[in-house]
Ligand binder design. Structure first.
Ligand code: ZN
Length: 518
Protein backbone atom coordinates (compact mmCIF):
# COMPACT_ATOMS: atom_id res chain seq x y z
CA UNK A 1 0.00 0.00 0.00
CA UNK A 2 1.43 3.34 -1.08
CA UNK A 3 0.94 6.29 1.27
CA UNK A 4 1.22 9.85 -0.01
CA UNK A 5 1.46 12.98 2.09
CA UNK A 6 -1.31 15.21 0.75
CA UNK A 7 -0.74 18.93 1.27
CA UNK A 8 -4.49 19.46 1.01
CA UNK A 9 -5.29 17.31 4.07
CA UNK A 10 -1.88 17.79 5.71
CA UNK A 11 -1.71 14.05 6.30
CA UNK A 12 -0.56 10.79 4.74
CA UNK A 13 -3.29 9.07 2.76
CA UNK A 14 -3.50 5.71 1.07
CA UNK A 15 -3.02 6.12 -2.69
CA UNK A 16 -6.12 5.21 -4.72
CA UNK A 17 -6.97 6.32 -8.23
CA UNK A 18 -10.00 8.50 -8.92
CA UNK A 19 -11.59 5.96 -11.27
CA UNK A 20 -10.67 2.82 -9.36
CA UNK A 21 -8.74 1.58 -12.43
CA UNK A 22 -4.95 1.63 -12.71
CA UNK A 23 -4.92 4.87 -14.74
CA UNK A 24 -3.10 7.75 -13.09
CA UNK A 25 -2.75 11.37 -14.20
CA UNK A 26 0.23 13.28 -12.83
CA UNK A 27 1.11 16.90 -13.53
CA UNK A 28 4.19 18.85 -12.58
CA UNK A 29 4.44 22.62 -13.04
CA UNK A 30 7.31 23.07 -15.45
CA UNK A 31 9.72 25.87 -16.30
CA UNK A 32 9.22 29.35 -17.69
CA UNK A 33 11.69 29.08 -20.53
CA UNK A 34 13.51 32.41 -20.64
CA UNK A 35 16.96 31.56 -19.16
CA UNK A 36 19.09 28.38 -19.08
CA UNK A 37 17.94 26.06 -16.30
CA UNK A 38 19.90 25.71 -13.06
CA UNK A 39 19.95 22.88 -10.55
CA UNK A 40 16.89 24.23 -8.69
CA UNK A 41 14.80 23.45 -11.80
CA UNK A 42 15.97 19.85 -11.84
CA UNK A 43 14.62 18.81 -8.42
CA UNK A 44 10.95 18.41 -9.42
CA UNK A 45 11.61 16.42 -12.61
CA UNK A 46 13.93 13.97 -10.80
CA UNK A 47 11.48 13.49 -7.92
CA UNK A 48 8.38 13.03 -10.02
CA UNK A 49 10.17 10.83 -12.56
CA UNK A 50 10.96 8.59 -9.58
CA UNK A 51 7.36 8.77 -8.33
CA UNK A 52 6.19 7.68 -11.77
CA UNK A 53 8.73 4.86 -11.92
CA UNK A 54 7.48 3.59 -8.57
CA UNK A 55 3.81 3.80 -9.55
CA UNK A 56 4.50 1.99 -12.83
CA UNK A 57 6.47 -0.64 -10.89
CA UNK A 58 3.33 -1.09 -8.78
CA UNK A 59 1.18 -1.71 -11.86
CA UNK A 60 -0.19 1.76 -12.56
CA UNK A 61 -0.46 3.27 -16.02
CA UNK A 62 0.72 6.84 -15.50
CA UNK A 63 0.38 9.82 -17.82
CA UNK A 64 3.00 12.30 -16.58
CA UNK A 65 2.90 15.87 -17.85
CA UNK A 66 5.32 18.77 -17.44
CA UNK A 67 4.12 22.03 -18.97
CA UNK A 68 6.34 24.56 -20.66
CA UNK A 69 5.48 28.22 -20.02
CA UNK A 70 6.52 29.88 -23.26
CA UNK A 71 4.62 33.16 -22.93
CA UNK A 72 5.21 35.45 -19.96
CA UNK A 73 6.51 38.90 -19.01
CA UNK A 74 9.96 37.43 -18.36
CA UNK A 75 10.08 35.93 -21.86
CA UNK A 76 8.95 39.19 -23.43
CA UNK A 77 11.62 41.19 -21.57
CA UNK A 78 14.42 38.71 -22.27
CA UNK A 79 13.58 38.33 -25.96
CA UNK A 80 13.54 42.14 -26.32
CA UNK A 81 16.89 42.37 -24.53
CA UNK A 82 18.41 39.75 -26.85
CA UNK A 83 16.72 41.06 -29.97
CA UNK A 84 15.15 37.70 -30.89
CA UNK A 85 11.53 36.60 -31.08
CA UNK A 86 9.81 35.20 -28.02
CA UNK A 87 9.24 31.94 -29.91
CA UNK A 88 12.95 31.60 -30.77
CA UNK A 89 13.95 32.26 -27.15
CA UNK A 90 11.41 29.72 -25.90
CA UNK A 91 12.59 27.06 -28.38
CA UNK A 92 16.23 27.53 -27.34
CA UNK A 93 15.51 27.33 -23.59
CA UNK A 94 13.09 24.43 -23.92
CA UNK A 95 15.84 22.47 -25.68
CA UNK A 96 18.26 23.38 -22.87
CA UNK A 97 15.76 22.20 -20.23
CA UNK A 98 14.98 18.94 -21.98
CA UNK A 99 18.64 18.13 -22.60
CA UNK A 100 19.35 18.70 -18.90
CA UNK A 101 16.59 16.47 -17.61
CA UNK A 102 17.62 13.75 -20.09
CA UNK A 103 21.12 13.90 -18.60
CA UNK A 104 19.50 13.14 -15.24
CA UNK A 105 17.80 10.07 -16.72
CA UNK A 106 14.37 11.70 -16.43
CA UNK A 107 12.72 9.81 -19.24
CA UNK A 108 9.19 8.98 -18.14
CA UNK A 109 7.53 12.30 -19.08
CA UNK A 110 4.59 11.57 -21.40
CA UNK A 111 4.04 15.11 -22.75
CA UNK A 112 5.52 18.60 -22.56
CA UNK A 113 2.58 20.81 -23.61
CA UNK A 114 3.48 24.40 -24.47
CA UNK A 115 1.19 27.16 -23.24
CA UNK A 116 1.04 28.95 -26.60
CA UNK A 117 -0.28 25.79 -28.25
CA UNK A 118 -3.25 25.69 -25.86
CA UNK A 119 -4.46 29.29 -25.90
CA UNK A 120 -7.41 28.29 -28.08
CA UNK A 121 -8.68 26.16 -25.17
CA UNK A 122 -7.94 28.78 -22.50
CA UNK A 123 -10.35 31.29 -24.01
CA UNK A 124 -13.53 29.13 -23.66
CA UNK A 125 -12.36 28.07 -20.16
CA UNK A 126 -12.11 31.74 -19.09
CA UNK A 127 -15.43 32.53 -20.79
CA UNK A 128 -17.08 29.76 -18.80
CA UNK A 129 -15.75 31.26 -15.54
CA UNK A 130 -17.21 34.64 -16.57
CA UNK A 131 -20.55 33.02 -17.49
CA UNK A 132 -20.72 31.25 -14.15
CA UNK A 133 -20.04 34.50 -12.29
CA UNK A 134 -16.56 33.64 -11.01
CA UNK A 135 -14.62 36.03 -13.24
CA UNK A 136 -15.04 39.51 -14.67
CA UNK A 137 -13.51 41.44 -17.56
CA UNK A 138 -11.98 44.84 -16.85
CA UNK A 139 -10.44 47.05 -19.51
CA UNK A 140 -9.14 44.20 -21.65
CA UNK A 141 -8.02 42.09 -18.68
CA UNK A 142 -10.04 39.32 -17.05
CA UNK A 143 -9.81 38.64 -13.30
CA UNK A 144 -10.88 35.79 -11.08
CA UNK A 145 -13.10 37.01 -8.22
CA UNK A 146 -11.72 35.16 -5.19
CA UNK A 147 -14.61 36.28 -2.97
CA UNK A 148 -16.90 34.03 -5.05
CA UNK A 149 -15.01 30.87 -4.07
CA UNK A 150 -15.36 30.35 -0.32
CA UNK A 151 -12.83 27.50 -0.36
CA UNK A 152 -10.07 29.82 -1.61
CA UNK A 153 -7.07 29.21 0.66
CA UNK A 154 -7.82 25.55 1.42
CA UNK A 155 -4.51 24.28 0.04
CA UNK A 156 -2.16 26.80 1.61
CA UNK A 157 -4.37 26.95 4.72
CA UNK A 158 -4.54 30.74 4.66
CA UNK A 159 -7.36 33.20 5.15
CA UNK A 160 -8.37 35.79 2.59
CA UNK A 161 -6.76 38.53 4.69
CA UNK A 162 -3.43 36.69 4.46
CA UNK A 163 -3.70 36.56 0.66
CA UNK A 164 -3.57 40.11 -0.51
CA UNK A 165 -2.30 39.46 -4.02
CA UNK A 166 0.08 41.47 -6.12
CA UNK A 167 -1.83 44.75 -6.32
CA UNK A 168 0.47 47.00 -8.33
CA UNK A 169 -0.65 48.80 -11.47
CA UNK A 170 -3.66 46.50 -11.92
CA UNK A 171 -5.02 47.16 -8.42
CA UNK A 172 -7.58 49.72 -9.57
CA UNK A 173 -9.24 47.28 -11.99
CA UNK A 174 -9.70 44.55 -9.37
CA UNK A 175 -12.66 44.05 -7.05
CA UNK A 176 -10.45 42.50 -4.33
CA UNK A 177 -6.70 42.80 -3.86
CA UNK A 178 -6.37 38.99 -3.98
CA UNK A 179 -8.10 38.70 -7.39
CA UNK A 180 -5.72 37.40 -10.04
CA UNK A 181 -5.49 37.79 -13.82
CA UNK A 182 -6.83 35.08 -16.13
CA UNK A 183 -6.19 37.20 -19.23
CA UNK A 184 -3.92 40.21 -19.67
CA UNK A 185 -4.47 42.89 -22.31
CA UNK A 186 -1.45 43.28 -24.59
CA UNK A 187 0.57 46.48 -24.53
CA UNK A 188 1.60 47.84 -27.94
CA UNK A 189 4.29 45.69 -29.57
CA UNK A 190 3.79 42.69 -27.26
CA UNK A 191 2.96 39.23 -28.62
CA UNK A 192 -0.81 38.78 -28.42
CA UNK A 193 -3.74 36.54 -29.30
CA UNK A 194 -7.27 37.57 -30.24
CA UNK A 195 -9.97 37.07 -27.61
CA UNK A 196 -13.52 38.26 -26.81
CA UNK A 197 -11.89 40.78 -24.41
CA UNK A 198 -9.44 42.17 -26.96
CA UNK A 199 -5.89 41.14 -27.94
CA UNK A 200 -3.84 39.79 -25.06
CA UNK A 201 -2.25 36.73 -23.49
CA UNK A 202 -3.24 34.27 -20.77
CA UNK A 203 -2.20 34.61 -17.12
CA UNK A 204 0.24 32.02 -15.84
CA UNK A 205 -2.16 30.16 -13.52
CA UNK A 206 -4.82 29.47 -16.17
CA UNK A 207 -2.33 27.56 -18.34
CA UNK A 208 -1.98 24.75 -15.84
CA UNK A 209 -5.71 24.47 -15.15
CA UNK A 210 -6.55 24.28 -18.85
CA UNK A 211 -3.83 21.84 -19.84
CA UNK A 212 -4.68 19.55 -16.91
CA UNK A 213 -8.35 19.67 -17.84
CA UNK A 214 -7.59 18.91 -21.46
CA UNK A 215 -5.03 16.17 -20.96
CA UNK A 216 -5.96 14.60 -17.60
CA UNK A 217 -9.69 15.30 -17.19
CA UNK A 218 -11.81 17.14 -14.59
CA UNK A 219 -10.27 15.36 -11.61
CA UNK A 220 -6.89 13.66 -11.65
CA UNK A 221 -4.62 11.98 -9.16
CA UNK A 222 -1.34 13.81 -8.51
CA UNK A 223 -0.33 17.43 -8.93
CA UNK A 224 3.25 18.22 -7.99
CA UNK A 225 5.42 21.26 -7.68
CA UNK A 226 7.85 23.10 -5.45
CA UNK A 227 6.64 24.32 -2.08
CA UNK A 228 6.99 27.89 -3.34
CA UNK A 229 4.22 27.27 -5.91
CA UNK A 230 1.60 26.29 -3.34
CA UNK A 231 0.51 29.90 -2.98
CA UNK A 232 -0.68 31.63 -5.01
CA UNK A 233 -0.16 29.42 -8.09
CA UNK A 234 -1.71 26.13 -6.97
CA UNK A 235 -4.36 27.84 -4.88
CA UNK A 236 -5.38 29.73 -8.02
CA UNK A 237 -5.36 26.58 -10.14
CA UNK A 238 -7.81 24.98 -7.69
CA UNK A 239 -10.10 28.02 -7.74
CA UNK A 240 -10.17 28.20 -11.56
CA UNK A 241 -10.68 24.48 -12.14
CA UNK A 242 -13.18 23.74 -9.41
CA UNK A 243 -15.30 26.77 -10.32
CA UNK A 244 -15.20 25.80 -14.00
CA UNK A 245 -16.09 22.10 -13.63
CA UNK A 246 -17.85 22.02 -10.24
CA UNK A 247 -15.70 18.99 -9.38
CA UNK A 248 -12.61 18.43 -7.22
CA UNK A 249 -9.49 19.30 -9.22
CA UNK A 250 -6.74 17.11 -7.78
CA UNK A 251 -6.78 14.18 -5.37
CA UNK A 252 -3.21 14.37 -4.02
CA UNK A 253 -1.13 17.54 -3.89
CA UNK A 254 2.58 16.77 -3.51
CA UNK A 255 5.00 19.61 -2.74
CA UNK A 256 8.72 19.14 -2.79
CA UNK A 257 11.15 21.03 -0.56
CA UNK A 258 13.30 23.68 -2.17
CA UNK A 259 16.96 23.40 -2.95
CA UNK A 260 18.85 25.72 -0.66
CA UNK A 261 22.29 27.20 -0.81
CA UNK A 262 24.26 25.42 1.86
CA UNK A 263 26.06 27.41 4.53
CA UNK A 264 29.15 25.34 3.81
CA UNK A 265 32.01 26.41 1.57
CA UNK A 266 30.95 26.47 -2.04
CA UNK A 267 27.49 27.79 -1.36
CA UNK A 268 25.67 29.28 -4.28
CA UNK A 269 25.52 32.76 -2.87
CA UNK A 270 23.22 34.99 -0.88
CA UNK A 271 22.77 33.60 2.57
CA UNK A 272 25.62 33.67 5.05
CA UNK A 273 24.01 32.04 8.01
CA UNK A 274 21.69 29.17 8.20
CA UNK A 275 19.03 28.90 10.87
CA UNK A 276 18.30 25.68 12.73
CA UNK A 277 17.04 22.83 10.53
CA UNK A 278 13.94 24.16 8.77
CA UNK A 279 10.72 22.31 9.36
CA UNK A 280 9.68 20.28 6.36
CA UNK A 281 6.87 22.00 4.54
CA UNK A 282 7.69 25.33 6.12
CA UNK A 283 7.83 27.67 3.18
CA UNK A 284 8.91 30.80 5.05
CA UNK A 285 12.05 29.13 6.37
CA UNK A 286 12.95 27.67 2.96
CA UNK A 287 12.35 30.69 0.76
CA UNK A 288 15.25 32.63 2.26
CA UNK A 289 17.87 30.18 1.06
CA UNK A 290 16.17 29.02 -2.13
CA UNK A 291 18.51 28.57 -5.05
CA UNK A 292 17.83 30.96 -7.86
CA UNK A 293 19.52 32.57 -10.80
CA UNK A 294 19.83 35.82 -8.85
CA UNK A 295 21.77 33.97 -6.15
CA UNK A 296 24.35 32.90 -8.67
CA UNK A 297 23.20 29.36 -9.41
CA UNK A 298 25.26 28.15 -12.37
CA UNK A 299 23.66 27.02 -15.61
CA UNK A 300 22.93 23.33 -15.17
CA UNK A 301 24.71 22.31 -18.36
CA UNK A 302 27.95 23.67 -16.86
CA UNK A 303 27.43 21.51 -13.76
CA UNK A 304 27.28 18.50 -16.06
CA UNK A 305 30.91 19.17 -17.00
CA UNK A 306 31.85 18.59 -13.35
CA UNK A 307 29.46 15.84 -12.28
CA UNK A 308 27.70 12.95 -13.98
CA UNK A 309 23.92 13.16 -14.27
CA UNK A 310 23.75 9.98 -12.20
CA UNK A 311 25.74 11.62 -9.39
CA UNK A 312 23.40 14.61 -9.32
CA UNK A 313 20.29 12.42 -9.48
CA UNK A 314 21.54 10.34 -6.54
CA UNK A 315 22.24 13.55 -4.64
CA UNK A 316 18.68 14.84 -5.19
CA UNK A 317 17.14 11.51 -4.18
CA UNK A 318 19.21 11.08 -1.03
CA UNK A 319 16.99 13.62 0.76
CA UNK A 320 13.29 12.95 1.31
CA UNK A 321 11.42 14.99 -1.28
CA UNK A 322 9.48 17.05 1.27
CA UNK A 323 12.61 18.27 3.01
CA UNK A 324 14.77 21.12 1.76
CA UNK A 325 17.87 19.92 -0.12
CA UNK A 326 21.14 21.42 1.04
CA UNK A 327 23.11 22.28 -2.05
CA UNK A 328 26.86 22.43 -2.21
CA UNK A 329 29.38 21.04 -4.66
CA UNK A 330 31.17 19.36 -1.75
CA UNK A 331 27.98 17.50 -0.90
CA UNK A 332 27.55 16.30 -4.50
CA UNK A 333 31.19 15.20 -4.52
CA UNK A 334 30.71 13.29 -1.26
CA UNK A 335 27.68 11.52 -2.68
CA UNK A 336 29.66 10.72 -5.83
CA UNK A 337 32.51 9.26 -3.75
CA UNK A 338 29.97 7.07 -1.92
CA UNK A 339 28.60 5.84 -5.25
CA UNK A 340 32.04 4.53 -6.23
CA UNK A 341 31.39 1.60 -3.89
CA UNK A 342 28.54 0.55 -6.18
CA UNK A 343 30.61 0.92 -9.36
CA UNK A 344 33.41 -1.12 -7.77
CA UNK A 345 30.94 -3.84 -6.95
CA UNK A 346 29.66 -3.92 -10.54
CA UNK A 347 33.22 -4.52 -11.77
CA UNK A 348 33.68 -7.15 -9.12
CA UNK A 349 30.47 -8.85 -10.17
CA UNK A 350 31.76 -9.03 -13.71
CA UNK A 351 35.06 -10.57 -12.60
CA UNK A 352 33.20 -13.28 -10.66
CA UNK A 353 30.44 -14.11 -13.12
CA UNK A 354 31.92 -12.99 -16.43
CA UNK A 355 28.69 -11.04 -17.00
CA UNK A 356 28.01 -7.33 -17.01
CA UNK A 357 25.81 -6.12 -14.16
CA UNK A 358 24.19 -3.76 -16.66
CA UNK A 359 22.91 -6.58 -18.83
CA UNK A 360 21.34 -8.59 -15.99
CA UNK A 361 17.62 -9.21 -16.47
CA UNK A 362 15.48 -7.94 -13.61
CA UNK A 363 11.84 -7.64 -12.52
CA UNK A 364 10.13 -4.56 -13.99
CA UNK A 365 7.14 -4.72 -11.68
CA UNK A 366 6.41 -5.64 -8.09
CA UNK A 367 4.50 -8.84 -8.82
CA UNK A 368 7.35 -10.31 -10.88
CA UNK A 369 9.81 -9.09 -8.26
CA UNK A 370 7.85 -10.73 -5.44
CA UNK A 371 7.65 -14.00 -7.39
CA UNK A 372 11.37 -13.99 -8.03
CA UNK A 373 12.16 -13.08 -4.41
CA UNK A 374 9.96 -15.85 -3.01
CA UNK A 375 11.73 -18.44 -5.18
CA UNK A 376 15.09 -17.75 -3.52
CA UNK A 377 16.68 -19.88 -0.80
CA UNK A 378 19.60 -19.81 1.57
CA UNK A 379 20.67 -17.35 4.24
CA UNK A 380 22.47 -14.95 1.92
CA UNK A 381 19.54 -14.54 -0.47
CA UNK A 382 17.00 -14.46 2.38
CA UNK A 383 18.95 -11.50 3.75
CA UNK A 384 18.82 -9.79 0.35
CA UNK A 385 15.08 -10.44 0.09
CA UNK A 386 14.52 -8.89 3.53
CA UNK A 387 16.57 -5.90 2.49
CA UNK A 388 14.40 -5.58 -0.65
CA UNK A 389 11.27 -5.56 1.52
CA UNK A 390 12.72 -2.69 3.59
CA UNK A 391 13.48 -0.75 0.39
CA UNK A 392 9.91 -1.13 -0.82
CA UNK A 393 8.52 -0.26 2.61
CA UNK A 394 10.49 3.00 2.45
CA UNK A 395 9.09 3.82 -0.97
CA UNK A 396 5.55 2.88 0.12
CA UNK A 397 5.94 5.44 2.90
CA UNK A 398 5.52 8.63 0.86
CA UNK A 399 8.36 7.82 -1.57
CA UNK A 400 11.15 7.85 0.99
CA UNK A 401 14.00 7.60 -1.51
CA UNK A 402 16.59 8.52 1.13
CA UNK A 403 15.54 5.54 3.23
CA UNK A 404 15.78 3.29 0.21
CA UNK A 405 19.26 4.56 -0.68
CA UNK A 406 20.42 3.84 2.89
CA UNK A 407 19.12 0.30 2.55
CA UNK A 408 20.83 -0.14 -0.84
CA UNK A 409 24.15 0.55 0.90
CA UNK A 410 23.27 -2.22 3.38
CA UNK A 411 22.47 -4.55 0.51
CA UNK A 412 25.79 -3.70 -1.10
CA UNK A 413 27.58 -4.73 2.10
CA UNK A 414 25.83 -8.10 2.02
CA UNK A 415 26.76 -8.66 -1.62
CA UNK A 416 30.43 -7.80 -1.00
CA UNK A 417 30.56 -9.89 2.16
CA UNK A 418 29.27 -12.88 0.22
CA UNK A 419 32.03 -12.46 -2.36
CA UNK A 420 34.67 -12.02 0.37
CA UNK A 421 33.61 -14.88 2.61
CA UNK A 422 33.39 -17.32 -0.26
CA UNK A 423 36.57 -16.01 -1.95
CA UNK A 424 34.50 -15.88 -5.13
CA UNK A 425 37.02 -13.81 -7.06
CA UNK A 426 39.49 -16.68 -6.77
CA UNK A 427 37.25 -19.75 -6.83
CA UNK A 428 34.56 -18.39 -9.19
CA UNK A 429 32.44 -21.26 -7.85
CA UNK A 430 29.56 -21.60 -10.32
CA UNK A 431 26.79 -22.41 -7.82
CA UNK A 432 27.77 -19.53 -5.52
CA UNK A 433 28.18 -17.18 -8.48
CA UNK A 434 24.58 -18.02 -9.42
CA UNK A 435 23.47 -16.94 -5.94
CA UNK A 436 25.43 -13.72 -6.27
CA UNK A 437 23.73 -13.14 -9.60
CA UNK A 438 20.27 -13.59 -8.05
CA UNK A 439 21.16 -11.04 -5.36
CA UNK A 440 22.48 -8.62 -7.98
CA UNK A 441 19.27 -8.97 -10.00
CA UNK A 442 17.29 -7.79 -6.97
CA UNK A 443 19.69 -4.91 -6.49
CA UNK A 444 19.19 -3.94 -10.13
CA UNK A 445 15.39 -4.14 -9.82
CA UNK A 446 15.52 -1.63 -6.94
CA UNK A 447 18.08 0.68 -8.56
CA UNK A 448 15.82 0.94 -11.63
CA UNK A 449 13.04 2.32 -9.42
CA UNK A 450 15.36 5.17 -8.50
CA UNK A 451 16.51 5.53 -12.11
CA UNK A 452 20.16 4.86 -11.27
CA UNK A 453 22.73 2.27 -12.41
CA UNK A 454 20.59 1.44 -15.44
CA UNK A 455 23.36 1.85 -17.97
CA UNK A 456 27.10 1.94 -17.71
CA UNK A 457 28.41 5.48 -17.71
CA UNK A 458 30.58 5.81 -20.77
CA UNK A 459 34.10 6.88 -19.98
CA UNK A 460 35.11 9.85 -22.01
CA UNK A 461 37.06 8.71 -24.98
CA UNK A 462 39.91 10.58 -26.56
CA UNK A 463 43.58 11.23 -26.19
CA UNK A 464 43.40 12.46 -22.62
CA UNK A 465 41.67 9.42 -21.20
CA UNK A 466 44.03 7.10 -23.12
CA UNK A 467 46.96 9.01 -21.74
CA UNK A 468 45.54 8.80 -18.20
CA UNK A 469 45.17 5.03 -18.61
CA UNK A 470 48.74 4.66 -19.84
CA UNK A 471 50.08 6.81 -16.99
CA UNK A 472 48.09 4.85 -14.41
CA UNK A 473 49.41 1.56 -15.77
CA UNK A 474 52.91 2.96 -15.53
CA UNK A 475 52.40 3.98 -11.88
CA UNK A 476 50.87 0.61 -11.02
CA UNK A 477 53.85 -1.14 -12.62
CA UNK A 478 56.34 1.05 -10.68
CA UNK A 479 54.52 0.31 -7.43
CA UNK A 480 54.58 -3.42 -8.13
CA UNK A 481 58.33 -3.29 -8.78
CA UNK A 482 58.85 -1.31 -5.58
CA UNK A 483 56.98 -3.96 -3.61
CA UNK A 484 59.02 -6.75 -5.21
CA UNK A 485 62.17 -4.94 -4.15
CA UNK A 486 60.69 -4.64 -0.61
CA UNK A 487 60.70 -0.86 -0.98
CA UNK A 488 57.37 -0.52 0.82
CA UNK A 489 57.90 3.18 1.54
CA UNK A 490 57.80 3.97 -2.19
CA UNK A 491 54.90 1.60 -2.83
CA UNK A 492 52.85 3.24 -0.06
CA UNK A 493 53.81 6.73 -1.20
CA UNK A 494 52.47 5.99 -4.69
CA UNK A 495 49.21 4.70 -3.27
CA UNK A 496 48.78 7.57 -0.79
CA UNK A 497 49.63 10.31 -3.20
CA UNK A 498 47.23 8.94 -5.79
CA UNK A 499 44.63 8.81 -3.05
CA UNK A 500 45.20 12.50 -2.39
CA UNK A 501 44.49 13.08 -6.10
CA UNK A 502 41.20 11.23 -5.77
CA UNK A 503 42.35 7.89 -7.19
CA UNK A 504 41.98 4.59 -5.34
CA UNK A 505 44.13 1.53 -6.04
CA UNK A 506 42.74 -1.89 -5.24
CA UNK A 507 44.88 -5.01 -5.24
CA UNK A 508 43.04 -8.01 -6.63
CA UNK A 509 43.80 -11.69 -6.33
CA UNK A 510 46.28 -12.83 -8.97
CA UNK A 511 48.45 -9.71 -8.67
CA UNK A 512 46.07 -7.47 -10.61
CA UNK A 513 45.71 -3.86 -9.43
CA UNK A 514 42.65 -1.85 -10.42
CA UNK A 515 42.26 1.89 -10.17
CA UNK A 516 39.19 4.07 -9.91
CA UNK A 517 38.38 7.69 -9.27
CA UNK A 518 36.82 8.57 -5.91
ZN1 ZN B 1 1.37 25.19 -12.66
Amino acid sequence: MIQIYNTLSKSKEEFKTVSGTNKVGMYLCGPTVYKPSHIGHMVGPVIFDTVKRYLVYNGYDVRFIINITDVDDKLINESNARGISMAALAAEMTEDYQANIRALNVKTVSDFPRATEHIKNMIPFIQRLIDRGYAYPAEGDVYFDVAKFPEYGKLSHRTLEQMQGEGGSMASQKRNAADFALWKAAKPGEPSWESPWGPGRPGWHIECSVMCHEMLGDTFEIHGGGLDLMFPHHENEIAQSECCTGKPYVKYWMHNGLMQASSEIGKVGGRKTRAAEPEEGDLASQEGGKISKSKGAAAFKDMLKEFTGENIRFFVLSTHYRRPIDYSKERIQQIGAGMEAFYRFFKRFQRVTGESFYSLPYAKNRVDGDNFASSLQGDFLKGIVESRARCLASMDDDFNTGGMIGELFEMLKRLNKFVDENKLEETKDAALAKQLEAGARIFRELAAILGVFEEEIKQEEGEDSNLVNDLMNLLIELRKNAKKAKDFATADAIRNQLNALGITLEDRPGGVTEWSRN
